[in-house]
Design a protein around this ligand. Structure first.
Ligand code: C5P
Length: 218
């Protein structure tokens, strides 16, 4: 039989990462944070002095990406990069490299390799549409831009990082726009995705909702 996949897609700061991690924990499944691969590619390209607009050369870097996930931490070429990877600025760089079809292609197989027994929860923008179109369940998670900016603001403040809610909102809208309007694998719900708006939902309620769907689908 096929190895089960639960795909979670959605815009920036929709809470996908948290939801996917909680689902993987509850189900005892592997977790793919595909955004981390785009983030890592962007950092590796920058460190190598490759312009983020140079699709073919960034793709070469993506194909040779030396990345390891170990619980909460991420290692690149033997260096702990968890903090740098999660920076808001790194997300912006990631969205620049992610527009290149060559880069997406270069990361395709690496993403497929995460599909292992007993199952996978995959988090990103195109998990249900491109990478795992056969997923048993596809969730498209949304929340209003204001709500997402507010959550991101609270996260940063809690980490002791100063932030401005208006500029966060603008950054987030710019990133959404770039992700939705690109030609290669734009951000959009798969035709058979179930939509979940978590603007007014707690994390626990979102997890419960998706686990309920999963019980019916798998
Ligand atoms: O999800 P995260 O914020 O880590 O993703 C960073 C960026 O990587 C996104 O803004 C998007 O441009 C890109 N990305 C993508 N496809 C994915 C995951 C992330 O294009 N599956």
């Amino acid at each position: 039989g096929a190895i089960p996949v639960l795909a979670v897609d959605g815009p920036t700061a929709s809470g996908k990462g948290t939801l996917a991690a909680e689902l993987a924990k509850a189900l005892g499944y592997h977790l793919l944070d595909s955004g981390a691969l785009y983030r890592a590619t962007a950092l590796a390209a920058r460190n190598a002095g490759v312009a983020l607009s140079d699709g073919p050369n960034v793709a070469r870097i993506a194909a040779r990406l030396d990345i390891r996930f170990d619980g909460e931490s991420v290692w690149m070429a033997g260096q702990e990069v968890s903090h740098e990877l999660r920076l808001e600025s790194t997300g912006g760089l990631a969205s620049q490299v992610s527009v290149h079809p060559e880069v997406r292609q270069a990361l395709h197989e690496l993403q497929l390799s995460f599909q292992r027994l007993p199952g996978l929860v995959a988090d990103g923008r195109d998990m249900g549409t491109v990478v795992f179109p056969q997923a048993q369940l596809k969730v498209f998670l949304t929340a209003s831009a204001e709500k997402r900016a507010e959550r991101r603001y609270k996260q940063l403040i809690a980490k002791g990082i100063s932030a401005n809610i208006d500029s966060l909102l603008l950054d987030l809208q710019a990133r959404d726009e770039r992700d939705k309007s690109r030609a290669a694998a734009p951000l959009k719900p798969a035709e058979d995705a179930l939509l979940l708006d978590n603007s007014e939902l707690s994390i626990e309620s979102s997890v419960e909702q998706v686990l309920g769907w999963w019980e019916q689908r798998k």
